[in-house]
Design a protein around this ligand. Structure first.
Ligand code: ZN
Length: 417
């Protein structure tokens, strides 16, 4: 029976396997799957499915596939024999002796974080392939009960968002919450939209049936078939697919703003950004000043001093501030000079880089857009974050990581702040 392994972001482990098979098949047949788009070196003629540019807009790109297929696992490791503790001994379910042994593990000493992992040849049965330091590979069989794994990028993001939630502490948290329970999810974590669309996603890949001799658009959900029948593709259909009812953003690489998904008319399909800075610079939001209401007819809130209004706006959400701007021209006049500051204030940590490498990239993007942080419209940036499938997934993963942090504190894995 196929197993779905526990991932940080709630992703379906078989997605990695599906994508790996898909692109293995593509390169074996001498086609360019589009994965080399960034390097600019096609691996061969484009595969037939990709000749239809309308289809491409509904597919994952190279960055998404890399995200889905680069994995890492964390769990008990036998340092003496340089191997995992046999996971099958643990998962069926463990006897009292094994349970005691697992409970006695020190997550800092006995647990190892293993990166350079990809789906194994029998991933549907729990196999992963580990690349060793000497370049050799070894296949390991894991179970979600004791070897939670995740996209390597999700582990990096987790530590970027909450530095003290290291992979080892993540393991200790999962063990504290789930014990040796065989499950794909950490109990009580809200994984957001991903739980609603797994079936649709898998159905979609089977629907494309690329492995059936590259015949695209077969057995697609009816809504998608209808969207693909239009020439050109309606941007509203694309938005619905990636961000709306389709919710496909939950599988998009969470550090790579893919412009073509939402801004078809104004951007090149080949341009990818880590953060939506360039598209923000190209699409500023200009809020117009409007005359205030007559002073003799003001409501109580409209009579508040500007400093207090700004303070109130800082306490709420950005959407509340936008509502205030639309509610009254007097409030608009008072708040408009502070709106960029308020927009930046309301952006959560997920909207910014989490590593020095990403900060360098961020600064490079600012330079490329011929702008500075002071000149960038944070209101426009916030809007682009909402429109970006990548940033939306980043926000979702941030929410999961913060929940895990709360659980780690609750179970005494890490101290409360
Ligand atoms: Zn993930």
């Amino acid at each position: 029976m196929p197993v779905a392994l526990l991932q940080i972001c709630g992703g379906y482990s078989l997605v990695s396997d599906e994508l790996r098979s898909l692109f293995d098949e593509c390169s074996r047949d001498g086609y360019d799957s589009g994965l080399n788009r960034r390097s600019g070196k096609p691996a061969g003629p484009p595969c037939p499915a990709l000749k239809d540019r309308r289809v491409v807009q509904f597919l994952f790109d190279r960055a998404d596939v890399t995200f889905q297929t680069e994995l890492a696992i964390v769990g008990p490791y036998d340092e003496d024999n340089n191997e995992l503790i046999d996971p099958f001994e643990i998962s069926h379910p463990p006897d009292a002796a094994m349970q005691a042994k697992l409970s006695a593990l020190d997550p800092l000493v006995d647990v190892r974080y293993l990166k350079n992992v990809v789906a194994g040849s029998d991933h549907s049965l729990g196999s992963v392939r580990l690349q060793l330091d000497d370049g050799q590979t070894t296949d390991l069989n894991i179970s979600s009960a004791i070897y939670p794994f995740g996209h390597a990028l999700c582990f990096r993001l987790m530590q970027g968002f909450v530095p003290r939630l290291t992979p080892n502490m993540f393991w200790a948290t999962v063990f504290a919450v789930n014990g040796t329970q065989y499950t794909t999810l950490v109990d009580d974590v809200d994984y957001g939209d991903i739980s609603d669309c797994l079936d649709q996603y898998i159905e979609l890949w089977h629907g494309y049936s690329w492995v059936d001799r590259w015949e695209p658009v077969k057995r697609l959900p009816r809504r998608l078939s209808a969207a693909l029948a239009k020439k050109p593709v309606d941007p509203a259909d694309l938005r619905d697919y990636w961000l709306g009812r389709g919710k496909m953003y939950v599988f998009v690489r969470p550090d790579n703003y893919v412009v073509h998904l939402v801004e078809l008319s104004s951007c090149s399909q080949s341009v990818c950004y880590r953060f939506p800075i360039e598209v923000t610079a190209a699409n500023p939001v200009n809020l117009v000043h409007l005359p205030p209401r007559p002073i003799y007819n003001l409501s109580v809130i409209e009579q508040l001093p500007v400093e207090l209004l700004v303070h109130i706006a800082r306490l709420g959400r950005l959407s509340n501030t936008i509502t205030l701007l639309a509610l009254s021209t007097t409030l608009r006049q008072a708040l408009l000079p502070s709106v960029e500051m308020l927009a930046k204030h309301h952006l959560s940590p997920w909207a910014f880089p989490t590593s020095s490498k990403d900060w360098k990239k961020w600064n490079k993007l600012l330079g490329r857009a011929r702008t500075t942080e002071d000149q960038l419209s944070w209101l426009a940036y916030a809007k682009q974050c909402v429109l970006s499938p990548s940033m939306r997934n980043r926000e979702r993963i941030y929410g999961i990581v913060r929940q895990l942090e709360g659980m780690a504190v609750k179970h005494g894995v890490i101290p409360s702040l």
